[in-house]
Design a protein around this ligand. Structure first.
Ligand SMILES: [Cu+2]
Length: 305
């Protein structure tokens, strides 16, 4: 992917505007990537050279590049912004998207101290889309939150809850809503969602905080109860994120190894204990239960009951 900062006259809603642009368009070209990719961006600065300073006293028309929202390294050559690209210079960024969850909308823009605001406002920005699992062609059995995908009731509750959270700006429920929203969003990535997260979720969705079963059980409260469970269906264990599909805990990196060698091992069998004895690093993953699937040394281990 190439992005070139340059001045251009662009049509913005029928009005001609002289902007700073990426590749002569506004917004800049949309970059689409997949979780697990290596994204390479060749950046060049085609803005005119000037010795002028801006109102903050910083030299103008130097750029760099920031990927706003990506879960990537801040070190060179990834999301490193401690440099100034002068007119005519180039920089090659490389971002490892291993930790970036699928299905997210992010931005790219320059991030130079003292100059970012004027450049951003002048038009230097573009969208950076990390495709969702469907677009990524992740096989259905390897997708996260499969149950949620198939559960129309819970999805409807989620979208209504989301609308409510946006409207409620203050108070307990708004705070719980914000916390719960981010717990649900992170459920696909490494999720620290524990008992506290569940409590926030219950508060936000207007459910009783204990498990007061029976009182007023309606289809709506049942959908909301399931929604709480979906946001709890992941955990981070010994360097891997796991999400739960049905009874099975699945390693999120499975999505990157759709064609890896598969070994099916029955829980409690002689092979099971052999695997445990020979691979101490697999112990925390095996401890997840009797139905676990994880990747180790390019092999997928499918432990079943
Ligand atoms: Cu930003």
């Amino acid at each position: 992917m190439k992005v070139a900062a340059k001045l251009a006259t662009v049509d913005v809603n029928g009005i001609k505007a002289n902007l700073m642009t990426y590749n002569g368009c506004f917004p800049g070209p949309t970059i689409r990537v997949h979780s697990g990719d290596v994204l390479r961006i060749h950046e060049s600065n085609g803005l005119p050279f000037t010795a002028a300073l801006n109102i903050l006293g910083y030299e103008r028309n130097h750029v760099n590049l920031h990927t706003h929202g990506l879960h990537v390294s801040p070190e060179a050559p990834a999301d490193f912004v401690m440099y100034k690209l002068r007119s005519g210079e180039t920089y090659d960024h490389e971002y490892d998207m291993d930790l970036q969850p699928p299905g997210t909308l992010n931005l790219y823009h320059p991030h130079g101290h003292g100059s970012v605001a004027e450049q951003y406002w002048a038009g230097l920005m573009g969208a950076l889309i990390v495709e969702d699992e469907k677009q990524h062609n992740v096989p259905m059995p390897m997708r996260s939150l499969q149950g949620f995908d198939a559960d129309a009731g819970a999805r409807q509750e989620a979208s209504q809850a989301w609308d409510t959270f946006k409207k409620e700006r203050s108070g307990d429920r708004a705070v719980a809503g914000a916390r719960y929203g981010s717990a649900l969003k992170d459920a696909v990535a490494s999720a620290p969602a524990g008992a506290g997260g569940a409590l926030e979720a219950r508060k936000a969705l207007g459910l009783p905080s204990g498990s007061a079963i029976g009182a007023e059980e309606t289809p709506t409260t049942r959908s909301r109860e399931r929604l709480v469970q979906y946001s709890q269906q992941s955990q981070f264990v010994a360097g891997k994120s796991f999400f739960q599909n049905d009874k099975q805990w699945m390693d999120s990196t499975l999505q990157k190894h759709p064609n890896a060698k598969q070994v099916r091992i029955q829980f409690g069998s002689a092979e099971y204990f052999d695997l445990a004895a020979k691979n101490s690093r697999a112990l925390p993953w095996l401890a997840l239960g009797q139905n676990v699937k994880f990747v180790m040394d390019d092999t997928v281990y499918d432990i079943y009951e």
